[in-house]
Design a binder for this molecule. Structure first.
Ligand SMILES: [Fe+2]
Length: 570
């Protein structure tokens, strides 16, 4: 990684580093420390020079109405014990990690304007014996470190180029930088997940944004550098931000912008080498559809091809396309491809109605009654009625200023049915009445034991109108076609993440964890009973944290050996 020595260190305590942000004055900072002993044994409370309660009493920055969700994190890192309201389950032992774009301005200038641009902030909440400790820390990507050193962005983020090159030489230099990948960001602000070998990976959609972190200290360990040679000019420099990870392998999709198509690859646990399972050519053009996530069943990989397609000219010319790096081309068609996981053969490629989906919920095989063979693949997603308007909704000034306006585009649980009998068309229906979840749905999770299998429950962010952003947590029952919703006035919850109770047999036996940004600058980790969807505890951070995208659960067994033999191993 780039030199850490260039990071700002304005406080001697290693757990208190203030960011050089004009919105993070030192008077609002919190001086908290965690001793080395506490880091070895998080069951003991970390000692804080200024306790969480004192920090929480600091005045909100706009008189009590500011929402931390859209405000840059106030300091680079913090660590300490978190007060618990309610009662945490005795069985809840492990670490919840959440990743997201927590810093939208560096050095007093060059502020980003889109939610997706922010530099990655990793948040940790560790649960043991009914107590909780927490931390947050910036991921030290080259993009972040160079921005801090330069006082502004150096690499291209989701929506913004650092500077549009004016001269011919500058334009050529930019094109070379994009084609080689050198000018693209490595800011891994989307997902965080444990690999089967115990390494913990943060990533977003550029391949170079695969960054390994320490799940306890949140320190940046280094890059995951793939040892397979997959890549090249405009090829395979992009990856899905949501690989499917099991104990044995990582499965992902690499869009190919040079020869429009997708490579489906796997990487065995313990390896850095991806192997190609197969390739799917695009049916529409001129480039692949945005590949943020995809779906799998037990035997198949589902590769979506939607009309929001990468804009190669936008990337090379450093000019914004209608949707930043993408353009909406409904005439190019919408397709779903199904690839066999064992042979790499495409077993179905169907045209479907126009759709716009960033996140897939789950998929499974529908079996025929006669012979029990897979007759179709069912794919569920958070679908935006074939309208990419959600991308523009996520511009920061709209999120900050339109809180009371009902400007969140409608979304539904879209259910595709892809026949495996050679039929040319697939179906897209609405899985349940969208009014059940307020006509908003995204940032979804399921019980991971049901990945690729027939399932009943999904957890996601929904809406209580009027709103400009998903503001509820919703539990979807796909059998009864109903939803249960959690809502707190003015609060913005992040992705609800399901954690199963050890030994559970019911699909919804566990808890759901979400980090909530509340009004007044407060914030907390909310723990809901997954079956009843009622709050059982909230764990307060000393101050509200910015909105984050996706989380994961790190079982204690991955952390075994880091502590003093004093942790429970499930
Ligand atoms: Fe995502």
């Amino acid at each position: 990684m780039a030199a850490k020595a260039r990071l700002p260190t304005l406080c001697a305590a290693p757990t208190c580093t203030l960011l050089p942000s004009p919105r993070s004055p030192q008077t609002n900072s919190m001086a908290a420390t965690a001793t080395a002993t506490a880091r070895r044994n998080p069951a003991r409370p970390a000692k804080a020079a200024t306790g969480p309660q004192e920090a929480a009493a600091a005045p909100a920055r706009d008189g009590g109405t500011e929402l931390s969700a859209w405000t840059s994190v106030r300091q680079e890192r913090w660590e300490g014990e978190l007060p618990v309201e309610g009662r945490l389950p005795d069985w809840l032992s492990g670490t919840y990690l959440r990743n997201g774009p927590g810093l939208w301005n560096v050095g007093g200038g060059g502020a980003f304007h889109h939610l997706f641009d922010g530099y990655a902030t990793l948040v940790r909440v560790s649960f043991r014996r009914g107590r909780a400790t927490g931390a947050h820390r910036q991921v030290e990507s080259d993009a972040y470190v160079s921005a801090v050193a330069s006082g502004g962005p150096v690499l291209r983020e989701f929506s913004q180029c650092p500077d549009k090159p004016g001269s011919l030489l500058g334009r050529v230099s930019n094109a070379v930088g994009i084609l080689s990948g050198a000018a693209l960001t490595d800011n891994p602000n989307s997902a965080v997940l444990p690999l089967g070998d115990g390494r913990v990976l943060c990533l977003t959609e550029t391949t170079k944004s695969s960054v390994l972190v320490d799940p306890e200290t949140l320190a940046t360990v280094g890059k995951l550098r793939y040892a397979d040679g997959l890549g090249g000019m405009m090829m395979m420099m992009i990856q899905s931000a949501h690989p499917i990870v099991t104990e044995s392998e990582l499965l992902t999709v690499l869009p190919d912008l040079a020869r429009p198509g997708h490579l489906v690859v796997r990487m065995a646990a313990g390896s850095d080498e991806r192997e190609v399972i197969g390739r799917v050519d695009c049916r529409g053009g001129p480039t692949p559809g945005w590949m943020h996530s995809f779906a799998v069943t037990e035997n198949y990989v589902v590769v979506p091809e939607m009309p929001l397609r990468y804009s190669a000219s936008s990337l090379i010319k450093c000019e914004p396309a209608p949707y930043y790096a993408f353009e909406w081309l409904p005439a190019s068609g919408s397709y779903m491809h199904v690839m066999c996981r064992s042979t790499g053969k495409t077993v179905a490629s169907v045209e479907v109605p126009p759709f716009m989906a960033i996140h897939y919920i789950n998929a499974y095989e529908e079996r025929g009654e006669d012979d029990g063979r897979a007759a179709a693949v069912i794919v569920d997603c958070c679908e935006h009625y074939g309208d990419p308007a959600i991308i523009e909704t996520l511009v920061l000034h709209r999120l900050r200023s339109l809180r009371d306006k009902d400007v969140l585009p409608n979304a539904r649980v879209g259910r595709f049915r892809i026949p495996l009998d050679g039929s040319p068309f697939g179906e897209l229906d609405t899985a349940l009445d969208p009014e059940e979840h307020g006509r908003g749905i995204d940032m979804c999770s399921i019980n991971p034991a049901y990945l690729g299998k027939r399932y009943r429950y999904a957890y996601a962010c929904g809406a209580r109108r009027p709103c400009n952003f998903p503001n509820t947590l919703t539990k979807i029952d796909l059998v009864e076609k109903t939803a249960m919703n959690w809502h707190e006035e003015g609060a913005v919850p992040s992705e609800p993440f399901f954690v199963a109770r050890p030994g559970a047999t019911d699909e919804d036996d566990g808890v759901v964890i979400s980090i909530v940004s509340a009004l007044g600058g407060d914030g907390y980790a909310l723990v809901l009973d997954a079956a009843t969807f009622q709050e059982i505890a909230r764990v307060r951070f000393p101050y509200g944290l910015p909105y984050g995208f996706h989380g994961c659960w790190i079982p204690d067994k991955i952390l075994t050996g880091r502590f003093d033999g004093n942790t429970q191993v499930d």
